[in-house]
Design a binder for this molecule. Structure first.
Ligand code: 13P
Ligand code: SF4
Length: 366
């Protein structure tokens, strides 16, 4: 999805790191408690140090929902997170994304037209009242609203199991349409005891998702063909190499990794859980992590008594998370101090109303 970020004024692009630090510190001090900076674990170190609250996407959504005091919430993360924060905050609160091009390639793999088309196609071969749509947090507000309107819920990597348990508790014979991340859906399905024969992948670029009518009838999980390019890089060979080099090491991965990787891991969880497990590990522990590199490097730096490495020595950062940098942050904050506003993320009222229903179901379930 194209989101055009205008070039920054020279004041920010030409500033030295020291000047940027001063700008941000002074603007934060001036704005005081009217400002809340939220930072996702994947943010680069120069940015995350300014966050008032850090977390995975679930924790950050809760922070946004629970904070009534701040009038301006600057979200150092990606577009879908800022949209969710806008949906969950009050009308007196504004959400700002420092760089509009900070999207999520996985979220962009499913759009409303495609999902509506899929839904209509499914309705021709199965009782659509018994299909529960579940969208991963990494999706547009329009998809969250679709899910809200159609009796489903949002989930994140930290509560996908609980949300799917909720969906299946609704009725016998329920099917789940899970989008956009096939891996989180598949990994959670396996964790719940389902097998490959219970799952089918819906490819939105093929006629009828590339499936036959019988596939839809037999499947319990219809998994959207989406993925995260950062997490899909991790392979069973990476785990094998790590284990060969560190026989006593522990492997922790994010559930956006492929199932072949997840089944070889010792622990699987959201970014917050990965951080907790690494923190709780005893001194001397050796941990191989399958997630975004900035987070892995930060854990390694903050826990020097442990050896924390990326499972993939060549892993690249999340390029969209990486778009948030100090020049953009300084620009947003100084604009607020001057009484202006840039990069506000606003979800229209109708979409927000239904997206809130889907997000609130998730918050109530977990
Ligand atoms: P978490 O909810 O685990 O923070 O994951 C968000 C994400 O985008 C991982 O790629
Ligand atoms: Fe999206 Fe992957 Fe980046 Fe997470 S790591 S924000 S899923 S592209």
């Amino acid at each position: 999805m194209l989101r055009l970020q205008a070039p920054l004024p020279d004041r920010y692009t030409l500033a030295t790191p020291d000047q940027l630090e001063t700008m941000i510190r002074e603007a934060k001090a001036t704005l005081g408690s009217k400002l809340l900076i939220l930072g996702h674990h994947y943010q680069r170190p120069e940015v995350i140090r300014w966050a008032d609250m850090r977390g995975d996407s679930f924790k950050l959504a809760r922070f946004a929902a629970d904070n009534d005091q701040a009038t301006d919430i600057v979200f150092c993360g990606v577009h879908f997170m800022a949209e969710s924060a806008d949906v969950l905050t009050g009308p007196h609160q504004r959400v700002i994304l420092p760089d509009l091009n900070a999207g999520c390639s996985m979220a962009d793999m499913a759009d409303l037209d495609q999902v509506e088309e899929c839904w209509e196609a499914l309705a021709t071969v199965t009782d659509i009242e018994r299909v529960v749509p579940i969208t991963y947090m990494n999706s547009s507000a329009a998809l969250k609203a679709f899910v809200g309107r159609n009796g489903g819920a949002v989930c994140t990597s930290s509560n996908a199991r609980a949300v799917l348990d909720w969906a299946f508790a609704r009725d016998d014979g329920v099917k789940v349409l899970f989008f956009p991340d096939q891996h989180l859906g598949r990994n959670t399905g396996y964790q719940m005891g389902y097998g490959e024969s219970d799952m089918r992948v819906w490819n939105p670029h093929l006629e009828f998702g590339g499936l036959a009518e019988r596939d839809v009838k037999e499947a319990t999980f219809l998994l959207w063909r989406g993925w995260c390019s950062v997490h899909q890089r991790f392979s069973p060979e990476h785990v094998a190499d790590f284990r060969a080099a560190h026989p006593d090491g522990v492997v922790i991965v994010h559930p956006e990794c492929k199932h072949e990787v997840v089944e070889l891991a010792d622990k699987v969880g959201s970014t917050e859980r990965i951080l907790d497990w690494a923190t709780e590990a005893p001194a001397g522990a050796v941990i191989g992590v399958g997630t975004e590199i900035h987070m892995v490097q930060r854990m390694a730096a903050e826990m020097p008594d442990k050896t924390i490495v990326s499972l993939d020595p060549l892993v690249c950062p999340c390029s969209t998370m990486f778009r948030i940098d100090e020049p953009h942050l300084a620009w947003c904050l100084e604009t607020l101090v001057a009484g202006g506003l840039v990069n506000q993320i606003e979800v229209d009222d109708d979409t927000a109303e239904w997206a809130r229903v889907a997000l609130q179901r998730m918050l109530d379930i977990t």
